[in-house]
Design a protein around this ligand. Structure first.
Ligand code: GLU
Length: 309
């Protein structure tokens, strides 16, 4: 059997927070335990939101944790021509259409999906005539959307179990290229994961609802589907998900308080790999790694870990 290939794919629009780090650690341990390869991809498609200093901080934070990657990191911002090629394939198969809706029109027309913050596109531009497309093109540059089929997509996430989603009812036609020419996350991630030979994708549970879109793109582009593991999210007890947007505590701050063995112990404990907190080393985590120990549900970090030690 061939050895696994895994990755961590941060978007460096902010500092890494404990949830990102736990995810990176689990992804790393999973492949290293099996003797496989680990890659790093910097998801800086939206270049202005990902300044160089945050990219450097991301690399040094991972190094501080002693996570090592086997090839130079891949930068999505330098791969536009590769995404262009995949986009042309989709266009040739007739599933792409231009969308001229402005942000305001979208907000006015979109219906929020019950219980979710996902918005479903109304399909307003999906049946424009060639003449309408031509006259609207003279006014503004369109985004490009992918038409989704009326089908339920199902897959088995190795942690979350069976996931089923109707792309038409729960997501709607989605953007694969923005009006400013930047390719969408869904397209880029599918192309990159396949080109890097990824066999397993370990990432936060918040991305679970993107996976059926990615599986559909794999189908359209004739790419393999890797194994998916959507790991739980961490929260600090404030009731909000830990995210860069919510100003979650970053490794920058944590590393002032924790030594590396303490930090590894804290993250491994949050992940479920240690029954209680203790200092540990990367070597010991690699040799004892076991997916069956990883938590399935989100986890509130006990406050003592976020206060000064
Ligand atoms: N870049 C995404 C993030 O930082 C992760 C994408 C992925 O793992 O597929 O949340």
């Amino acid at each position: 059997m061939s050895l696994p290939v895994g990755r961590f794919a941060p978007t460096p629009s902010g500092y890494l927070h404990p949830g990102n780090l736990m995810c990176a650690l689990i992804a790393y341990l999973s492949v290293r335990h099996a003797g496989g390869r680990f890659l790093l991809r910097i998801e800086d498609l939206d270049k202005p939101r990902c300044p160089d200093h945050l990219i450097q901080d991301t690399l040094s934070d991972l190094t501080y944790l002693s996570i090592r990657w086997d090839e130079p990191p891949l930068y999505q911002s330098s791969r536009t021509s590769i995404y262009e090629h995949a986009f042309q394939m989709l266009r040739d198969s007739g599933v792409i259409y231009p969308c001229f809706c402005t942000r305001n029109e979208l907000h006015a027309a979109l219906a929020p999906h019950p219980g979710d913050t996902t918005f479903i596109y109304s399909g307003k531009c999906s049946h424009l005539t060639p003449e309408q497309v031509q006259s609207l093109s003279a006014i503004r540059k369109p985004a490009m959307r992918l038409r989704v089929p009326d089908r339920v997509f199902s897959f088995t996430d190795r942690l979350q179990g069976l996931v089923s989603q109707s792309l038409q009812e729960e997501v709607g036609d989605f953007i694969v290229r923005r009006s400013d020419g930047v390719y969408g996350y869904q397209l880029a991630v599918v192309v990159d994961d396949a080109m890097s030979g990824m066999t397993e994708i370990v990432r936060g549970r918040d991305i679970l609802s993107s996976t059926p879109r990615q599986i559909y793109l794999q189908e359209l582009l004739h790419l393999p589907t890797p194994a998916y593991y959507h790991v739980p999210l961490l929260s600090d007890g404030s009731g909000k998900k830990m995210s860069k947007r919510n100003q979650a505590i970053s490794l920058r701050e944590l590393s002032h308080r924790y030594t590396q063995p303490q930090l590894l112990g804290f993250l491994a404990y949050c992940a479920g790999l240690l029954p209680e907190y203790r200092e540990t080393t990367m070597d010991s985590l690699i040799s004892s790694f076991d997916w069956s120990l990883i938590r399935h549900d989100d986890f509130v970090i006990p406050p003592r870990f976020l206060q000064a030690l």
